[in-house]
Design a protein around this ligand. Structure first.
Ligand SMILES: Cc1ncc(COP(=O)(O)O)c(C=O)c1O
Length: 475
């Protein structure tokens, strides 16, 4: 057994992490699945290990041993996978330094880096006089955008609440992320006033339906103040049509927010941007997660506002923070904490900065294009399979499909068992979702270790496990 003490623990853990990371891709199994009760017994979390560095090391060994290997090419479940190395370094350093990206005074480099990344990302989006904030993720960012749009209706809402408010209504597509429902609750809009706009066959918000709903709302005396289009929906990967939404904004004057948490990475490549997010430079706000397709370590997000009206600080700032914020450098440095809903703020900017500097826009754009071509590759494999069927036309980086060899009508249950068995055997973890009451397997292109070969294996394992399950269910 290694002698672990406070002097060598960081080095030893570092070694463990290097081994873990190096075997992610080559490791045979996605995880060694153990049922919760047995894992709980094995971990023995109640064990007393006060002052024991050896035990700290062992806890970490166990943690890694039983983790889902998100770098395994069978991990196609979520919008993120194994993180980038520069980003991991940024994460470590931010933790070791324990800086909070709240004030320049306490985190000078972090604040300057964050400001630099704001300016760089705003320029990339084409938000000429915009402002930005790194938040805890797109769920939070969607909520802040909704809050800013609400306060934009009436500057008194912030102080007086919504007592004298007209009946506000907001619109999202029926396929929008559930964080919008949470946001409607939190900001006092009420989820009944978040109107779900039907989607078309491609899974995009249907502008004609939105138009009809806007007419209906205004005829009832309601005030449509916010529309959220999604750039890359969670299940199908559809991009809502920004130009059509902009035309409706001209007519109704609502705030147009784009939830680009998943699909915003298309902005890195001019051709993809023109194809998926035309005229994005004209929307009012946009959220984009770097921890998803681009591989920054969780969490890493930016919320951008396309205006010089200080919506962020006006919406998020409140109360007396004079114990924290200094007037002195206000002309040159505006503390990010002033326009945040948080007080302490993780330094997420450092990891994104290091990724950006290391890979560059072109390198990241190349990655996004590669993900797209891998999505096309698996689409063809599914189309050519006798036992797999596409459940929605592919829009971008997501594939929704299921196993169906026509041997059973209970396809939901078969596909659920199929997914579970592949997971428990440590072969793959694919997402699941529902489309029109049918369960679908959702495959996402976000794992840097994906290749044609790994996709071939994934499909082979899926087909053979599906055949086995289907025949055993008939016996
Ligand atoms: C379209 C969309 N918006 C928002 C979110 C939430 O993002 P976060 O996990 O960063 O809060 C997701 C997450 O999957 C998403 O797919």
């Amino acid at each position: 057994m290694k002698d672990i003490n406070e002097h060598n623990i960081l080095t030893e853990i570092g070694q463990l992490l290097i081994e873990y990371r190096n075997t992610q891709n080559s490791s045979d199994r996605l995880l060694d699945y153990i049922k919760p009760g047995a894992l709980s017994d094995e971990l023995n979390l109640v064990k007393d290990t006060v002052g024991d560095w050896q035990a700290v090391y062992q806890w970490i060994e166990q943690y890694l041993q039983h983790s889902v290997r998100t770098g395994h090419p069978g991990f196609v479940n979520r919008m993120w996978a194994e993180p980038n190395l520069p980003s991991i370094i940024g994460e470590f350093v931010a933790t070791v330094a324990q800086t909070s990206g709240c004030t320049y005074e306490s985190a000078p480099v972090a604040v300057l880096i964050e400001k630099y990344m704001f300016a760089t990302m705003l320029e990339l989006a084409g938000f000429e006089h915009g402002e930005a904030q790194m938040t805890t993720g797109s769920s939070n960012a969607n909520m802040i955008a909704l809050l800013a749009a609400r306060n934009n209706i009436n500057q008194n809402f912030k102080q007086q609440g919504m007592r004298n408010s007209p009946e506000l209504v907001a619109f999202v597509s029926a396929d929008a992320h559930y964080s919008l429902d949470k946001a409607a609750n939190v900001i006092g809009l009420g989820s009944d006033n978040l109107i779900k706009v039907p989607i078309n066959a491609a899974g995009e918000m249907d502008p004609a339906e939105l138009s009809a709903l806007l007419i209906d709302a205004t005829s009832k005396g309601q005030l449509p103040f916010f529309v959220c289009g999604t750039a890359g929906t969670t299940v199908r990967g559809a991009y809502d049509p920004i130009p059509a939404l902009l035309m409706l904004r001209e007519q109704y004057g609502f705030w147009l927010h784009i939830d680009a948490a998943w699909g915003g990475s298309a902005m890195l490549d001019p051709a993809l941007r023109a194809r998926f997010m035309p005229e994005v430079e004209r929307v009012d706000s946009l959220t984009w997660d770097f921890h998803k397709m681009l591989g920054a370590s969780l969490m890493c997000n930016i919320l951008m506002f396309n205006s010089d009206q200080h919506h962020l600080s006006q919406s998020c700032g409140a109360g007396d923070g004079s114990y924290l914020f200094r007037e002195t450098d206000a002309d040159t440095i505006i503390d990010p904490g002033l326009s945040s809903l948080q007080c302490g703020r993780r330094v997420d900017a450092l990891k994104w900065f290091l990724d950006w500097k290391f890979y560059g826009q072109q390198g990241l754009a190349k990655r996004v294009n590669r993900f797209l071509s891998l999505a096309k590759y698996i689409e063809t494999k599914i189309q050519n399979s006798d036992v797999l069927e596409l459940m929605a036309p592919r829009q971008s980086f997501n594939l929704c499909f299921r196993y169906n060899d026509n041997s059973t009508t209970n396809l939901d249950s078969l596909n659920q068992s199929l997914r579970t068995s592949l997971y428990q055997e440590g072969k793959s973890l694919v997402g699941m979702a529902w489309i029109n009451d049918a369960m679908v397997l959702r495959w996402l292109s976000s794992n840097p270790n994906l290749s044609h070969a790994s996709i071939d294996i994934f499909i082979e394992e899926l087909e053979s496990a599906g055949k086995e399950l289907a025949s055993s269910s008939m016996n």
